[in-house]
Design a protein around this ligand. Structure first.
Ligand SMILES: NC(=O)c1ccc[n+]([C@@H]2O[C@H](COP(=O)([O-])OP(=O)(O)OC[C@H]3O[C@@H](n4cnc5c(N)ncnc54)[C@H](OP(=O)(O)O)[C@@H]3O)[C@@H](O)[C@H]2O)c1
Length: 242
């Protein structure tokens, strides 16, 4: 099996790569920082003995995302778009560059990349595309609505892509991890019961992909927490501090 991981330097991406490599898959990682590339590729291949290759890719360069997929050989069996960028909400509101960073890393880049993968996979009539979205996309909240709205758009895109690709036998998985203890959340105080380690998350996601789940919540409680959050009437919700 060939597995492509976009965002191989992320804590979750590293654990996904490790889990797939340990089960015998050939791994193709992308990162955006040249310095990290060699170290990540050699570390994974030494630890697992798997065939590992790496490429540089910045999701802010949409044309590069298309070119990257066009020169991919072989086309992966499973492609997982892990990359994402949280940013600070107020900075994302006041600085256009920061708004763009959030929109490109969480929506525009992943869409350019998955569109480019979807077309040849549809032609081949096999494959699995996986998007790491977020529960933050289920309802806009004052603490992170720029990021949340980009993830909401990404989740909606994945819904539509799944619907379109069904006729071609290609499956699409939406992952909404809930809290994970990674570098993205390093300065937040997270409730332990609702927080997964990247190792735990990778195993749950890998299992869910194998079972061809449509949507994966890493910790089951998140499905119900978000159900309640979506049900709170707007006149009450708008006064809440979340
Ligand atoms: N941690 C959580 O609680 C949580 C909750 C819900 C959803 N998620 C989602 O889970 C995924 C994994 O995040 P994580 O928690 O493992 O965070 P992380 O360690 O901060 O990883 C984020 C990754 O995205 C990459 N990235 C950011 N902007 C990029 C760009 N323009 N082009 C290419 N790569 C880019 C980063 O690359 P660099 O290493 O070069 O910065 C890094 O590999 C993300 O999609 C995130 O939104 C996380």
């Amino acid at each position: 099996m060939n597995v492509l991981i976009i965002g191989g330097s992320s804590d979750l991406g590293k654990q996904l790569a490790l889990a797939y490599a340990q089960s015998g898959a050939a791994i193709h990682l992308t990162v955006r920082n040249e310095k990290q590339l060699e170290a990540l590729v050699s570390d994974l291949s030494i630890r697992t003995g798997a065939a590992v290759q790496g490429s540089l890719l910045n999701l802010e360069d949409l044309a590069a995302c298309q070119r990257f997929v066009q020169q991919l050989s072989p086309l992966p069996d499973v492609a997982i778009c892990v990359a994402g960028y949280l940013g600070e909400n107020e900075k994302s509101m006041s600085e256009l560059d920061e708004t763009n960073r959030v929109v490109f890393a969480n929506y525009a880049g992943p869409v350019a990349l998955l569109n480019a993968l979807a077309l040849p996979m549809a032609k081949r009539r096999s494959g699995v595309l996986v998007g790491i979205s977020s529960v933050a996309g289920e309802r806009g909240r004052q603490s992170n609505f720029i990021y949340g709205s980009a993830k909401a758009a990404f989740s909606t895109y994945l819904d539509g892509l799944r619907n379109w690709l069904f006729q071609y036998g290609v499956h699409v998985v939406t992952v909404k991890p809930g809290f994970m203890a990674t570098s993205m959340t390093a300065n937040m105080k997270l409730p332990p019961l609702l927080t997964a380690s990247p190792q735990q998350a990778a195993l749950v996601i890998k299992k869910g992909i194998a079972k061809r789940r449509n949507t994966i919540y890493v910790k089951w409680m998140w499905r119900y927490i978000m159900l309640i959050i979506r049900w709170v009437p707007e006149p009450i919700f708008k006064k809440m501090k979340m």
